[in-house]
Ligand binder design. Structure first.
Ligand code: DGY
Length: 321
């Protein structure tokens, strides 16, 4: 009996791939770069299932190019690259990979926060560039943690995991998330209070029309001059031009970004000229175990969808109504 055909838009970890190969006839995109849009159209034509990544725009046009499609399995917790309304209209379940990347992403937020606060990257460049002549009492002074306030915007799984880590650093934790009215170890506040009071602001919201450019000139102007902004959510949550202006004029102390708009950040981005802006290439979930587990969940969602079963992690359960 022929196996079901699926398209996997990149070489994902073997953990999930083995499962997919056992169950399906898998066409796996081998390049380092994502498949161009035209190529996605071509490759999805005869498939029953699609495993996509956050770099692939999966909209109604792609869905219509795949008339046999039964399931879209996105190997990410964020699904802003998939047009969920279009999928729901077409009764296509969309899977994601929540939970397994919570700790890795919270670890990254903390790594960025501590690196920006203690100017680790600047220090490292200083040494490599042969500038280290002596110990100096005023050299590369950074920020302290004990007693400082961490403001978390978006208090879901990852926001909460960041709060847990903050306790070990004796930070006071406040958060803004209208969907979480109270929490055991953090104080809910409104957005203005959070911006006004926080020494560290960490973003953990999904990208939606409401959160797009949530951090802009107006919100940055409400932050403390010593504030450090950390973004491990989605690039477009921050208006990078406004952030550049705030960092250049020292309106805030520093920013540490795991995500940018666009990705990759162009090599001539003015942000790259700033010492108080640390940028890494969307590595939040990039630990071996986490990526293995993400690939496994993606495979499980895919296979459930192909069998006509409910996806273990479905972001548009309305398709089952
Ligand atoms: C996700 O899963 O949404 C993350 O951004 C991947 O790192």
């Amino acid at each position: 009996m022929p196996k079901t055909k699926v398209f996997v838009t990149r070489l994902i970890p073997e953990k999930g791939l083995t499962l997919i190969r056992d169950f399906c006839d898998a066409d796996i995109w081998q390049d380092e770069l994502p498949p161009p849009r035209e190529m996605i159209f071509e490759r999805v034509r005869g498939v029953d299932g699609l495993v996509s990544l956050l770099t692939d725009k999966i909209d109604g046009e792609v869905m219509d190019a795949a008339p046999h499609l039964k399931v879209i399995s996105n190997m990410a917790v964020g699904v802003d690259n998939v047009d969920l309304a279009a999928a729901t209209t077409r009764k296509l379940p969309v899977g994601n990979t929540p939970g397994v990347l919570t700790d890795a992403t919270a670890d990254m937020a903390f790594a960025l926060m501590t690196s920006a606060a203690r100017r680790i990257v600047e220090g490292e460049k200083y040494v490599r560039n042969g500038k280290w002549k002596t110990w100096h009492p005023q050299l590369l002074l950074g920020a302290d943690f004990v007693g400082a306030t961490l403001g978390i915007i978006g208090f879901g799984r990852i926001g909460k995991a960041v709060a847990k880590r903050a306790k070990g650093f004796d930070l006071r934790v406040i958060y803004y998330d209208p969907s979480v009215p109270s929490a055991f170890d953090a104080v809910p506040v409104d957005l203005d209070a959070l911006l006004r009071e926080s020494d560290f602001v960490s973003l953990h919201v999904p990208l939606t029309e409401e959160t797009r450019h949530l951090v802009n000139a107006e919100t940055l102007n409400k932050m403390k001059p010593n504030a450090i902004l950390v973004n491990t959510s989605r690039g477009p949550v921050v208006d990078l031009q406004d952030l550049y202006d705030a960092l250049k004029s020292k309106r805030i102390f520093a920013a540490a970004l795991d995500v940018t708009e666009p990705e990759p950040l162009p090599a001539d981005s003015p942000l790259l000229e700033l010492d108080n802006c640390l940028i890494v290439p969307h590595l939040g979930s990039a630990s071996k175990y986490t990526r293995d587990m993400m690939s496994l969940l993606a495979a499980q969602n895919l296979i459930a969808g192909l069998k006509g079963e409910r996806l273990p992690h479905c972001v548009n359960p309305q398709v089952y109504d």
